[in-house]
Design a protein around this ligand. Structure first.
Ligand SMILES: NC(=O)C1=CN([C@@H]2O[C@H](COP(=O)(O)OP(=O)(O)OC[C@H]3O[C@@H](n4cnc5c(N)ncnc54)[C@H](O)[C@@H]3O)[C@@H](O)[C@H]2O)C=CC1
Ligand SMILES: O=C(O)CCC(=O)C(=O)O
Length: 451
């Protein structure tokens, strides 16, 4: 991505921040795109709160960036090395909080983008958590179970010096589920020599993991979507829904869509997509994926399902929930959604809709739920896990679900109210999420002095 000046903020102070961001790290395109979106949204907030103007430059600079070597030995006895990251972006509201991603595409740009996103997302939950993110440039699919455990232990050996229940609390993200968090926490516990379950969330239940944490991001995305649709006088009952991906977030989003009366007509994985107008059988898909199969393997088992190499977002649908990875919906997919009369798009994944695609959706009047708000259910239940661990409690799934629904509903209200107040349009949830998240973090940073 090149910056030719056309995307510069009009406000002089914001323009200076933007130029600093570009100058410091000229090649971090994902991070730039996210910062640019936020700077676009907060101009009107600064008119009302000029006292927050000098927060913006600090907010765009992570408090700490940790990059480390992850050495490990593969099954053939060969020494391998990967690169690990933890970006501790902002701790004004509480301990850094955010997931760990294991994927070949992980680099500092991706982790900074995700960490920046997390600062605002966590603020929108209304809980006392700062923002951070981490991961490693490893493809867990290529490792045996033993290799992956050794990898996690090596990763945790360095990470251990930087995290803790009151410092920084990692969780899972792409490629990292409760099994990996259990292994990472296990190594952490051996190193520190005592139990500190609140140092990681998304743990297996037996180690103090919260009920409903695996489901929380997918369920929360659907709860948020239901609020968006209600605002349009619609609901998911009878709606045709495309959910991209078939991992943690996607599968639980599909469960909740079906429970809400919708039909999941398409989904995908990194190898392709599948369409099934009568509705994907989510239990069968989960079984196939659990055996390391692909969506194409799923399609082979179902007479009404058709596999393809293309994007699932070219299928006809009423609602689109991108739940796989960043940049899944570009201009072509956005135009296809518009042409098919789609009502709403909500981001279960982080950054799946490109800025250009968002513009196309906005111009067509399609509801858009930004990931900062729409997928905040996962981290929200992580914060509830921290609370349970601190109090040595275990809450029932129904109780966690009730809290999750309330948190998603409050997040929706916060975002809608800020959209109306600062952008004059209650449906402009993207600007609303950035404005509302900024307000909470800026107030905390200002209250702490110059931090
Ligand atoms: N796990 C969580 O609690 C949260 C996850 N997220 C975001 O949700 C997204 C999915 O995360 P998880 O479900 O946890 O990961 P996962 O590893 O369980 O699943 C990822 C899915 O995306 C698919 N995928 C990967 N690259 C792809 C590509 N280039 N094209 C199409 N599909 C692709 C994979 O095949 C897999 O089905 C990520 O953007 C993540 O950052 C956001 C909030 C919380
Ligand atoms: O549960 C958490 O702490 C982090 C979840 C996450 O990585 C995300 O919201 O993107």
């Amino acid at each position: 991505m090149t910056h030719d000046g056309s995307d510069e903020p009009e406000d002089a102070a914001l323009r200076e921040v933007w130029r600093d961001v570009l100058r410091r790290d000229p090649h971090q395109e994902f991070f730039h795109a996210d910062v640019r979106g936020v700077l676009r949204s907060i101009g009107p907030v600064l008119l009302e709160h000029p006292e927050y103007a000098d927060v913006v430059g600090r907010l765009c600079e992570p408090e700490r960036v940790i990059v480390f070597r992850v050495p490990w030995v593969d099954d053939g006895g060969r020494v391998r090395v990967n690169r690990g990251f933890r970006v501790q972006f902002n701790s004004a509201l509480g301990p850094y909080k955010g997931g760990l991603r294991f994927a070949p595409s992980v680099d500092l740009d991706v982790i900074k983008f995700l960490g920046f996103e997390q600062v605002f997302k966590n603020a929108l939950t209304g809980q006392d958590i700062g923002g951070g993110k981490g991961g490693a440039d490893v493809d867990p699919k290529e490792l045996s179970t033993g290799e992956l455990m050794r990898f996690c232990q090596s990763f945790a050996t360095e990470l251990a010096s930087h995290v803790g229940a009151a410092v920084d609390v990692p969780a899972g993200d792409m490629g990292v589920g409760s099994r990996e968090i259990g292994w990472i926490y296990g190594q952490y516990q051996r190193l520190i020599g005592y139990h500190e379950p609140g140092a990681f969330t998304g743990k297996p239940a037996v180690l103090g993991g919260s009920a409903l944490r695996p489901e929380a991001t997918g369920f929360g995305t659907v709860y948020f979507t239901r609020r968006m649709l209600a605002e349009q006088g619609r609901d998911l009952d009878g709606a045709r829904v495309v959910v991209s991906g078939s991992g943690n977030v996607a599968l639980f989003a599909m469960d909740k869509v079906v429970a809400s009366g919708g039909t999941v007509v398409g989904c995908s994985d990194s190898r392709g997509s599948v369409s099934e107008p009568e509705g994907i059988d989510v239990d069968l898909l989960r079984e196939v994926k659990g055996q390391r199969g692909s969506v194409a393997d799923y399609a082979e088992k179902r007479s009404g399902a058709e596999a393809s190499d293309g994007s699932p977002f070219t299928l006809e649908c009423d609602v689109a929930l991108p739940c796989a990875t960043q940049n899944e919906i570009g201009p072509d997919e956005a135009r296809a959604l518009v042409d098919h009369g789609c009502w709403a798009v909500a981001e279960g994944a982080n950054g799946p809709v490109t800025p250009k695609a968002r513009e196309i959706l906005r111009e067509a009047g399609i509801g858009f739920g930004p990931g900062k708000a729409a997928n905040s259910g996962g981290v929200a239940v992580s914060a509830l896990e921290m609370q349970q661990n601190a109090g040595r409690e275990r809450w029932r799934g129904e109780d966690v679900d009730e809290r999750l629904q309330a948190i998603m509903s409050d997040a929706y209200d916060r975002v809608r109210d800020a959209a109306e107040r600062y952008h004059g349009d209650p449906t402009d949830l993207e600007n609303g999420a950035n404005a509302a998240g900024f307000l909470r973090v800026a107030e905390a940073m200002t209250s702490l002095g110059v931090v």
